[in-house]
Design a protein around this ligand. Sequence first.
Ligand SMILES: [Zn+2]
Length: 335
Amino acid sequence: MTEPGAGVGTVRLRDGVEIELSDGRTVVADADRPRGDVNVLSHAHGDHLYDDPPERVVCSALTAALAEARREEAGPLTRESVPEIDLYEAGHVAGSRAVLITDPGTDRRYCYTGDISTRDRAYLSGFSPPDADVLIIEATYGRPEYVFPDQADLEAEITEWLAETIDRPVLLFGYSLGRAQKLQLLAQRAGRSRVLVSKAISRINGVIEEYRDVSFDAERSGPDTELEAGDALVLPTGTNNLAFVDAILEETGALKAGFSGWAMNSAFKYRGDYDATFTLSDHCDFAELVEVVETVDPEIVYTQHGFADELATHLTGLGYETRTLKRNQTALGDF
Ligand SMILES: [Zn+2]
């Protein structure tokens, strides 16, 4: 069965984002079971990472190493490079890349961003968008109210809080790949006496330290670790509601802080039962997303993830041809 409008130049969201080239090959990005003629992995976050590995994949060496660490049971990954695909630093997390795919038959250029941040942070350079005819952009914070503070101000606010509370231990919650590493560096900068991390974060630290010129100087915490005043313990966000966290709070009088773009909503603080929250994010805010689109200035924009409809509506208002990518729905190429 042929879907209406399917064919050359079609961008679809199926299992991952699928782009069909003029020679009939498909490029598939960030699928659970990648089965494209060419498969791309933008970064090693769970919602982009395969469950069942592809035979070969286009990604950075660091993303491959992180993916192998996070999907140990799947075995080693085989990376390939293909002439039609160029990788660009996505500025999201260590190893993350956006891709520019050039159709060899038509010279049409497709930019798939994966997750992006245009801010320089710690050892990450912000995403500098390439020119493209078709842009497929993430829309996590694609609503006008999500505009984050200046990065330097934000980091100063965080280190001030970490210094002011030095007479107590603190628990800092962030994703194990991304926020967790930045929190360790900020805790060091704030003069915290020890920076401790969970097993999962320690493993990711090790991979990043191997590939990048950075050292997190963190100790691995365990059941016998006794938290003291001055300590900062960095934990994966998902552990916030676990019983061991409550036990630590009760025993040590530690404070809890949460870090996310969603901290702009007061519900974030309340739901996580945090003492403090900060809008530290590894994504573009709304204004930065719009700026990326304006810089690329494509003929058509596809939005996906988060506030995809809202961002699409805004971009349509700015005069862009826009589509929201939704699973199993063919988005027409129109050219
Ligand atoms: Zn991500």
